[in-house]
Write a protein that binds this ligand. Structure first.
Ligand code: ADP
Ligand code: MG
Length: 394
């Protein structure tokens, strides 16, 4: 996978257009609740500013209706936060597609929510050409939207004089490539979370590549069903038992393994007050809900992780939001933190688990992309990355 990288380009005196992902969570008053994405976008912006570029940054925020820009759609609070982090004022430019605004070298402006522009989502060529005309260099740093072909993620890359990957996008591509092309073996994947249906494609793709496929959460319950276990009232998808069996068959044919839980933590409800019981998996009763793996299983999984060369992690192995069902995910997080393996992790709830167990410093790479992360691992072509690849040689 070859794309031009921002750090290799001379940006002095150039007009640089950065498509970032600044889609942060906000409260009802519009205050930024969590600013990881803004911080993650800083390296590219700083590189351009430090090297004398005139910098324009845009992002989507929420789900506006194209052609409208309501109060809740504005990037104004993000301009303020960006200014605080950069220690310089960041002007917000509304109605920017037709140009008519000035940006000096060493200055950064924020271009209002790109999803307010008509034609953004449909990757409209006219819109993309107008945006491309604003810049000398187009930088895509929004890995989180790389699986979508939109005017600021795809079209503009075709028409801008130069198109390259930003620092964050470059790091994402490097880390994901390292984990998927010639990974250090054994390659261990952990796919947990609620439902097989949302992760079926990735389970099938990974089954063809990995040495061990650890399934967890509701996904493991469906696999337990497929192996003939009783799972009581647990969350599972009986209609996908055949698919789960197919995944285990692919692994078996390759002499690879899907280790299933030998003991589990059950309760009769999912709540903070629920009473948890640790039992062997054979003893799950008709009204039990499996909400975590038990200590024997945790130890087994920790051992697999300790001997891994590469780990790909998406999804918790239990309802880690409640402490009595967090043990399995906590044990796994700790095993990952202590392992010498290169670990790449992604997914909204996976990131929440990493934060809860304070292991962020010890994970090789934490992806900012949810959907894009999964699609990359599935081996799909991400349109935004493909558009950069197509511009590698010019
Ligand atoms: P991610 O966002 O990292 O991709 P998912 O959204 O697929 O992960 O799944 C996370 C959710 O799965 C969490 O809210 C967690 O509580 C839930 N979960 C994990 N194990 C179970 C289980 N055994 N039964 C029900 N829900 C579970
Ligand atoms: Mg989730």
């Amino acid at each position: 996978m070859q794309v031009k990288k921002l750090a290799d380009l001379n940006v002095a005196g150039k007009r640089v257009f950065i498509r970032a992902d600044l889609n942060v969570p906000q409260d009802e008053a519009g205050n930024i609740v969590e600013d990881t994405r803004v911080r993650a976008s800083l390296p590219s912006i700083k590189y351009c500013l430090d090297n004398g570029a005139a910098v324009m940054v845009t992002s989507h925020l929420g789900r506006p209706t194209e052609g409208e820009c309501r109060a809740e759609d504005t990037l104004a609070p993000i301009a303020v936060r960006l200014g605080e982090l950069l220690h310089k004022p960041v002007r917000l430019i509304r109605d920017w597609v037709e140009g008519g605004f000035e940006v000096k070298p060493g200055e950064v402006v924020l271009l209002e929510n790109c999803r307010c522009n008509k034609g953004e989502k449909k990757d409209n060529d006219e819109l993309a050409k107008k945006m491309a005309a604003l810049c000398d260099i187009y930088v895509n740093d929004a890995f989180g939207t790389a699986h979508r072909a939109e005017a600021t993620t795809h079209g503009i890359a075709r028409f801008a004089p130069v198109a390259c990957a930003g620092m964050l996008m470059g790091a994402e591509i490097d880390a994901l490539t390292k984990a998927t092309e010639n990974p250090a073996r054994p390659l261990v994947a952990i796919v947990g979370g609620a439902k097989v249906s949302s992760k079926l494609t990735i389970l099938k793709t990974l089954a063809q590549k990995v040495d061990q496929l650890i399934v967890g959460g509701g996904i493991a319950n469906t696999f337990l069903l497929a192996s003939g276990h009783r799972i009581g009232d647990s969350l599972a998808e009986p209609e996908l038992v055949k698919e789960a069996q197919a995944v285990m068959d692919i692994m078996k044919a390759r002499d690879a393994d899907v280790p299933l839980p030998v003991d589990v933590v059950v309760a009769d409800e999912v709540s903070a007050l629920a009473r948890a019981n640790r039992i062997p998996v054979e003893e799950v009763g008709p009204h039990d809900r499996i909400l975590d793996v038990g200590p024997k299983t945790s130890a087994k999984l920790a051992d697999i992780i300790a001997h891994a060369g590469t780990i790909v992690w998406n999804g918790p192995v239990g309802v880690f939001e409640h402490n009595q069902f967090a043990g399995g995910t906590k044990m796994m997080a700790s095993a990952i933190a202590h392992s010498d393996a290169f670990c790449i992790a992604g997914g909204g709830d996976t990131l929440a688990a990493i934060a809860k167990f304070h292991i962020a410093q010890d994970v090789g790479y934490i992806s900012t992309g949810g959907g894009a992360f999964l699609e990359f691992l599935e081996g799909k072509t991400l349109p935004a990355i493909a558009a950069l690849e197509a511009r590698f040689n010019d």
